[in-house]
Design a protein. Sequence first.
Lengths: 326, 311, 290
Amino acid sequence: MSGAPLVAVEDLRVTARRAGRTYPIVEDVSFKIEAGGLLALVGESGCGKSLTAAALLGLLPWGLAVDGGQIRLEGQNVLELTPTQWRRLRGRKVGAVFQNPLAALNPSLPIWKQVVESAELTFRLDRAAARARALELLELVGVPQAAQRLDDYPHQFSGGMRQRVAIALALACDPRLLVADEPTTALDLITQAEILRLLNRLRLERGLAVLFITHDLSLVAEYADQVMVMYAGRVVEQAEARRFFAGPRHPYSRALLGAIPRLATPEVRLTDIEGLPPSPFEYPPGCRFAPRCPRVIEPCRRELPPPAGDQRQRAFCHRPFAQEPG
Amino acid sequence: MWAMIVRRLSVSAISLVLLVTLVFFMIHATPGGPAYSILGSHASPQAVAVLNRQMGLDRPLPEQYLIWWEHLFEGRLGYSYIQHTAVSHLIGVYLERTLLLDLAALALAIAVALVVGLLQGYLADRIGGRIIGFLQIVFYAMPVFFTGILLIYGFSMRLDWLPPGGLGQGLASHARHLVLPVLTLALPIAAGFSRYFGHQAREEYRQDYVRTARARGLSEWRIATHHVLRNAVRPFITLVGMMIPALFVGGVLTESVFNYPGLGWLLWRSALDQDYPTLSAITLLIGVLTILGNLIADLLNSILDVRVRYE
Amino acid sequence: MSEAAPRRWGFLPLLRWGEFGRRWRPEPLVAAGLAMFLALAAFAWLGPLFYTASPYAIHAHRLFLPPSLRHPLGTDDLGRSFLARMMYGGQPSLGVAIVGSVVAMLIGLGYGMTSGLSPPRLDKALMRLLDAILALPTLVLMIFFAAIVPLGPLSLILLLGLVSWPGLARIVRNEVLAYKERDYVLAARQYGAGTGYLARRHLLRAMFPIVVVNATFTVADLILTLAGLSFLGLGIQPPTPSWGGLLGNGSNLAITGSWWLILFPGVAILLAILSLNLVGQGLLNRLEGR
């Protein structure tokens, strides 16, 4: 299995069934993450980024299903596994952190029990070993005076600390990949930066691969090594981070970037994008961004845009911006 | 905290006074007076006069009211001319049987409700969850006397698996006699309880910590028993408290349907036989039990509530 | 019980009458329940116009006949038409409960508004008395009363009303308290509006949806209580038919295998309670804005 990337998603397709018809919610999503890599998955809410993560974890909400494509973890296609086999992979190979750290922890259990619960069950730890492991994990994620806080309940922690504890929960069984679904959105700016630094440290020190989902490009500019932008269930641009931040080629990417004053250059800045993303039940034919796109041309409304560019930066657009020397 | 307990006790005391006073005046409001009600309406005037003197019934009403209280405190509940024994002797045996039936039904209802509620919370709006929701409404509306008769008709008359009622001799037989009444009594309570608990469980299943638990590869069984249950079960005591009146009322009807000689059955028989000393004693007893049950549930509930607030 | 216990009605003080009228769309539960209940009522009151057999006429030659074309619901132990008995039995079973709940409603409204509009000390005392009354076992007291005083329909109505008002009284009182704090009520007071005027002009209107929901559940409860009493032989007395009484009679005759004497009255009671619960629940859902 050497040589295979840690995670490889190919042509992932997620559909919803509604009134006897199936609607594609996420289509043609492909990406790879190597050990120690950090892929930033970016888009407005409702663009399918969280569903992509949920599909990767095998935790799609009821009514949605993976309808095509492959999800390979260390070379193994997890879609071929039984639900129980897949469940056993969660926690051991893939961990996850979600948006709201306030609700991510069970309010009626002391945190050490929650932190080691999955490890306890997986490795059959006794109480002393479990407590030791819990302490180790809390120290790893930087909870100060962790030894004294083992028996505390979630509500005794601040929001940022809770998110650290939630990360400790996800790391309990030493997963190779961490899916972080907007883990900092509910936090203040300083805490956001701290959490990102923690994730960055974890990937550098332990080779943890991170799929970082966010709607805020500025957050990941410093740390990401790949960027993938989604709009209305499709990937619109996929690039190495350095290339992307040097000059995104898709109008939507530029618009997202334009919202960050520090990164916008005058000539590429777009005005605020008018309108809202379409509902999955009424996707337009052709490019889904066409109705809101300031650079729209005739083919946009009829045909799905082909990929433009090379392996290092690819935009799905009929009329992409020119590639910047990056 | 103490102020709350004192206030709550005063409410129970008022309930008690209301109950005792109500029963006293009803007994004295019977046509012909209490002597007739005790001896029956066909008693001879001489017998009535003797009894009136004996029981102090010729004295003024306020004095009799005080005597009534005095007797209650002394535990003298009167003599049943129909059962030919002091009422206080009757009560112990019957109370025991009623408690056995009611507690068994309560335990069964709680067990069923926990399982069904968790399942319902897990299934939420899926077809299985909707079916459970519908059945809960139907079973909740099902009168115990109808359920009882249906069970008797099916399991005793048609299938001949279980006795249609009464009391068994020996442990095995006793248990067999209890099956149908316990089922009957537990059914609507389980329906009500599981509806409430299912709602609670459903809210818990929506919480992020359930998703986090799934993302860590915990099994659904583990999530249900170690995470959801722990949080959804918090209003448990309140629920038990709310079920107590339903339990006693349902118990009276269930015992009557199955001829199960407990307090409820005795209440019913003494009502039909116009055995007023027994009737009033049982009314008072069930009344006191209900008031006590409410009191205990409320106090426990408030104490738990305070603990939750301090946490 | 103390205020700590969450109640079905706890959220109701937040609701206003306007929501009931404005946001009205046919709620499936309400429509289904209402249709079911109206069908039962039509069966009881209009049925005898079409099916004219007497519910009292005894026929010794046709005892215990199972349902057939001639006797749609069979005949009972005295050869009486069971369909006729079911129809006439519906009248007291539903009617007494409905009128009884109107009585409960009036008492509950009166007590609740008095308490809510009284000075706080009196209000507190009245509420404590209400708690005390709520802790009494209703059915047991009903059995006790029924054994001592023979009950006719009228006394049953009164009695049922008398035992089932406290729930509504508490809701009304809470509603009044919430209402007193509203801006326009405070404003009206500044302009010198009296308590009686406020009660008539604003409160009763505001109370309407809650009273309707509560009335629905109360009628269901009373149908159950009355059926239970009649089943025990302590409610509506034979030969006057009532669903509870018919079911009681049928259960005594279960040994004869006459399933129709059990099934039909039982199902009628079940449907009556079920339909009203559906209506009540549907209205609640609507009010909660689910």
